[in-house]
Ligand binder design. Sequence first.
Ligand code: PXP
Length: 252
Amino acid sequence: MNKLGVNIDHVATVRQARRADEPDPVWAAVECELGGADGITFHLREDRRHFGDRDAELLRKTVATKLNMELSVAPEIVKIALRLRPTQCTLVPERREELTTEGGLDVVRHRARIRPVVKKLAAAGIVTSAFVEPDEDQVRTSADCGFDAIELWTGGYAHAPNVTARRAALDRLVRALRLGRDCGLEVHAGHGLTYRNIEPIAALALFSEFNIGHTIVARAMFVGLRAAVQEMKRLLDRAPQHAAHEAGSAST
Ligand code: PXP
């Protein structure tokens, strides 16, 4: 099943543009759930550029679906995660100068710092996930570090300049996904996915979760957040059936 985790960071980004109290990302989370989201994702950054501690606390109390907290291995943030105990923690890279998370975490390079964090989070009963690029070493090392899941960075697919490059990126994702599953990991996907590019990847019906943010928050400006989530859910639900139907008609 193609589950949808809605990343609501950009709701907080709009609020912070004015250092005001609206729009409230906690209200946004409720709207997403009413629209059929299977989970809510937020990133508590060290610089608190969008989400703040108040938001994290309130989301923990109010989200009724799966709460997925993205974080770096910064000790201060890990401490907050251990106290909050969201359903899942996704470890991501974090650079102050980036606009958003721009690539996967280098689990191979940083495994000595990552492994103890995974251990602590798992001991607190939190599902652990690593946001990594679709690369064999990254996938194998994530399993070796004790993660329960990986979220494959879909930026290569989303930003592919042409159909051939997009197909190659999709093949790379599928290879990494199969390897991840063989290593016993649950496999998620995210970054740069939109209403326009979601169908081919959703049609695979192989990823257990998609984490999607910017396109949904952008669409919400015109149709409202609840409807924007419903539209994405429809695409995610329809794509595998559509693909099966197409395959069926091709074989007759
Ligand atoms: N997954 C992760 C780990 C992210 O950091 C982000 C935000 O960059 C997303 C998914 C959502 O990406 P987007 O906003 O491009 O949909």
